[in-house]
Ligand binder design. Structure first.
Ligand SMILES: [Ca+2]
Length: 321
């Protein structure tokens, strides 16, 4: 015997079915969205992976490019660095845009050893003074930097060690080791954002404690303070600019031509560091932008050049350049 259902019951059953369909639809939509997100994540992950491998390839590419330039000769190297032409290299799902520049012309902040009569310490002060920083401030900055990078905790007269940094609103300890990144300057006493912005184009942080030779072929007027420091402050910034301006159209070609300049000839031998001048780059910088799909990676590589012209990677930085 069948029992007749009332319109009310049929309505309730229909409502239940509609509810089930609605829940299933929402679940299906969520599943599709999850799948979409998963595919999107997989695509981004794949693009990042490609960008990472492209970055690794760029490092090797730099060494190959330097070797190629070496084969082409000094003139080709000079031309490549002066013109700053960029290379565009496509790969499967992206492109690498890379530019070589000379990274020789900078003062390595890690050359300051903090030892007595450290010539680099004194030259750093000359460099700062040539950038219109008062002598007393230049001395304080050099001493603070030396305290930050030397291993001991004894502050110099105008420097700063843990005793100073420990009293700051947010206390911290000094590095007591060579700098690893230029941004570390922000933590050192006296290195205000204004001072850092002023000196940043002329200083660098290298993993060793040696000052590389300046490349006079690529030295610009803005880099004149480096020449002032090299000549122990015995060359004014204006005269250093004048020496740089005197570069012949075809380049210096020989160190003697450079050293014959009257402004340099008048400097006492003891104040001259002519051996720290070169016609070739001591360091090269490869700045690369790697685009893979929707991801982009900026890479800066620094290569040290040995006497035979072989390049070796000494620094790798990522970020905005
Ligand atoms: Ca120290």
């Amino acid at each position: 015997m069948t029992q007749a259902t009332s319109p009310k019951d049929r309505g309730a059953a229909l409502l239940s079915i509609l509810m089930i369909v609605a829940v299933m639809s929402v679940a299906a939509l969520a599943a599709v969205e999850a799948l979409g997100r998963s595919l999107s994540l997989a695509r981004v992950s794949s693009e990042r992976s490609q960008a990472m491998w492209a970055a690794r390839s760029t490092e090797a590419l730099g060494i190959l490019a330097v070797a190629r330039l070496k084969v082409l000769g000094d003139d080709a190297m000079r031309e490549a660095l002066v013109s700053g032409q960029s290379m565009t290299l496509p790969f499967e799902r992206g492109v690498i845009q890379a530019t070589f520049t000379d990274a020789s012309n900078c003062f390595n902040l890690n050359t300051i050893t903090g030892e007595a009569n450290d010539v680099n310490h004194i030259n750093f002060q000359h460099l700062l003074e040539a950038m219109d920083i008062f002598r007393a401030d230049a001395q304080a900055l050099a001493e603070s930097l030396a305290d930050w990078t030397d291993s001991d905790s004894a502050p110099r007269a105008y420097g700063a060690e843990a005793g100073y940094y420990g009293t700051l609103e947010t206390p911290y300890r000094p590095g007591n080791a060579p700098l690893t990144n230029i941004s570390e300057l922000r933590a050192i006493k006296g290195f205000t954002p204004e001072i850092i912005a002023l000196i940043e184009p002329l200083v660098c942080v290298r993993p060793d404690r040696f000052q590389s030779a300046l490349n006079i072929e690529t030295l610009t007027e803005e880099e004149a303070p480096l020449l002032v420091a090299l000549y122990s402050g015995e060359l004014s910034r204006e005269d250093a600019q004048s020496v740089i301006q005197a570069k012949p159209l075809a380049g210096w070609q020989s160190l003697d031509t450079f050293l014959q300049n009257g402004h340099i000839q008048t400097i006492a031998v003891a104040a001259r560091n002519d051996s720290m001048l070169s016609l070739k780059p001591s360091n090269l910088r490869l700045t690369a932008r790697i685009v893979s799909g929707s991801t982009q990676e900026n890479l800066q590589l620094v290569y040290a050049m040995d006497k035979g012209g072989q390049a070796s990677l000494i620094q790798r930085t990522t970020g905005d350049f």
